[in-house]
Design a protein. Structure first.
Length: 524
């Protein structure tokens, strides 16, 4: 409620008039004015009481507001200090005192420079004087002394105030400095790693101009210093413009979403020499996916190419040597076959002649494999289906099957066998076919017969070879293990060598089946 001065003066005037009348002996008989005056005084009294209550409420609010401000001031996360013109502490909040580790009462009235680290005192003095003289804001960093003897880095915001006073805001920046130090340390480690990589790393902008490179590798590989090539277009490092254009097309292709490209491109050293290299190029994108540059990692593959060339030459020499070995083994086997044939001519008995002929055929089986290895591209495996065709043709010729009207049929899936498996399997097939020719058919039988050879894939790595005939069948007491014949003994031995399973049955002729696993075989 506001104070009404005019009404107050009016009441005061009428009150004086009433008092004067009371001092006279002839007091007025009319009490109307006195009653009215009392009423107005009562109203004024009530008004004053209301005004007093309002003033008390305002005072309480002011006290509460001051307390709130005081709490905010003291408990703020920033230290606040007010200095006079001589840099003495006039006022300080609780946070500021806590930074120094002291009671603020012990600091009040004392120069703040006493509590500044020696190395920061000159900076503090000059900055505070500049704030006072120029009446401007200023920001700087210093270290303050803490009561425990340590130092605390703080950032100071200074502002000039009335009566040459200076208000300072102190912020603890120890964590920030630790983070900055950790960041610098991390950057240095990455820089050291960058510089230690033996491959040359080129960082370029979106115009393919060089921004940075790892100096040691750049010097060793190209002969340049980083400051020489800074600002160059990367084309200066390529052996020709075609390589530069090819790399740009591959890396900056819009369909390339940022994946790197590995290319083989020739580069040129400072001395003009050209060398082959692997280039891993990657375009650099910002958060919006816009191209801001590119990175290239260059690896000199001169030694690698020389090693590969020597390795290819060595492999060619080895291949040639292996072919020569197989060729000589084949020739030696043919020589032995010829010797057996000559010996057969001089043999006195038919049994001897037959035994020598069988041995000759066994040598023929092995010589065929060495002949195929000598002729084909691969020296490790053999197309066994093709080999079976050559083997059966040799058997037909050796035993004059056409004359005897014996039909020899071969059915084989396209299977490639390791040489170590092909030779024993070929000898098994030879022995079984030869036994059928010798024992399944009557020499004088004009109807002849049929011999069938099958090679098929069963499942996974399991394969099956079957040799069957339409001849007279096996004796009832036949045992493939306890037989006296050399041929079946050889078959049993070779089956064990292959770790295979041998089975047979005799119905409308005879059929032998050999099942084996071949982990080194490809079924095609």
């Amino acid at each position: 409620m506001s104070f009404n001065k005019e009404k107050y003066l009016e009441i005061r005037s009428r009150a004086k008039e009433l008092l004067e009348r009371r001092g006279r002996t002839d007091m007025p008989e009319d009490w109307k004015d006195i009653t009215k005056l009392f009423e107005e005084l009562e109203v004024s009294q009530i008004e004053l009481e209301l005004q007093n209550d309002e003033l008390l409420r305002y005072q309480q609010e002011l006290i509460e507001s001051r307390n709130r401000y005081s709490n905010l001031y003291d408990l703020a996360p920033i230290g606040y200090v007010t200095l006079d013109a001589e840099s003495r502490v006039v006022e300080m909040n609780l946070t500021g005192a806590t930074m120094f580790g002291l009671d603020r009462g012990s600091m009040t009235g004392k120069p703040l420079t006493r509590f500044i680290a020696p190395e920061s005192q000159d900076t503090f003095y000059l900055k505070v004087r500049a704030i006072i003289e120029n009446r401007t804001k200023n920001s700087f960093e210093i270290s303050i002394k803490v009561s425990d003897g340590s130092e605390l880095p703080v950032q100071v915001q200074g502002l000039s105030g009335a009566e040459n006073r200076v208000r300072l805001a102190l912020m603890d920046i120890s964590e920030r400095q630790q983070m900055e130090q950790a960041l610098r340390s991390s950057e240095q480690k990455l820089r050291n790693l960058f510089m230690s990589i033996r491959d040359t790393i080129i960082i370029a902008d979106q115009n393919r101009r060089i921004l940075d490179a790892n100096q040691p590798a750049l010097r060793d590989m190209f002969g340049y210093e980083t400051n020489e090539v800074a600002g160059w277009e990367t084309s200066m490092l390529y052996a020709d413009t075609s390589g530069f254009s090819h790399a740009g097309q591959e890396v900056f292709n819009p369909e390339n979403r940022g994946a790197g490209k590995l290319l083989e491109i020739d580069f040129r050293r400072k001395d003009g020499s050209v060398f082959p290299a692997e280039l891993f190029a990657l375009k650099l994108l910002d958060e919006q996916g816009k191209v801001i540059g590119n990175l290239g990692i260059i690896r000199d593959i001169s030694e690698k190419n020389e090693t590969l060339t020597k390795l290819r030459e060595a492999l060619e020499d080895k291949d040639m040597l292996n072919r020569e070995i197989h060729h000589r083994v084949k020739n030696n086997l043919i020589v032995i076959q010829s010797l057996l044939r000559l010996q057969s001519v001089k043999a006195e008995t038919q049994d001897t002649k037959d035994a020598l002929a069988v041995s000759e055929n066994r040598l023929k089986v092995m010589s065929l494999i060495h002949d195929m290895l000598h002729r084909q591209a691969s020296m490790k495996e053999i197309a066994f289906s093709d080999y079976l065709g050559s083997l059966t043709r040799a058997i037909r010729s050796a035993y004059s099957l056409e004359t005897r009207r014996i039909n020899l049929l071969v059915s084989s899936e396209s299977v490639f066998l390791d040489v170590d498996q092909a030779i024993p399997l070929a000898l098994i097939v030879n022995e079984l076919v030869t036994n059928s020719i010798k024992h399944a058919f009557d020499v004088n039988d004009a109807n002849g017969g049929e011999i069938r050879v099958f090679l098929s894939h069963v499942q996974n790595n399991e394969y099956k070879v079957a040799v069957g005939d339409t001849g007279r069948g096996l004796p009832a007491d036949f045992n493939s293990v306890e037989t006296d014949g050399l041929g079946m003994s050889i078959v049993s031995t070779l089956v064990k060598q292959l770790d295979a399973d041998l089975s047979f049955f005799s119905k409308e002729g005879t059929t032998f089946e050999i099942k084996f696993n071949a982990s080194n075989m490809d079924f095609k």
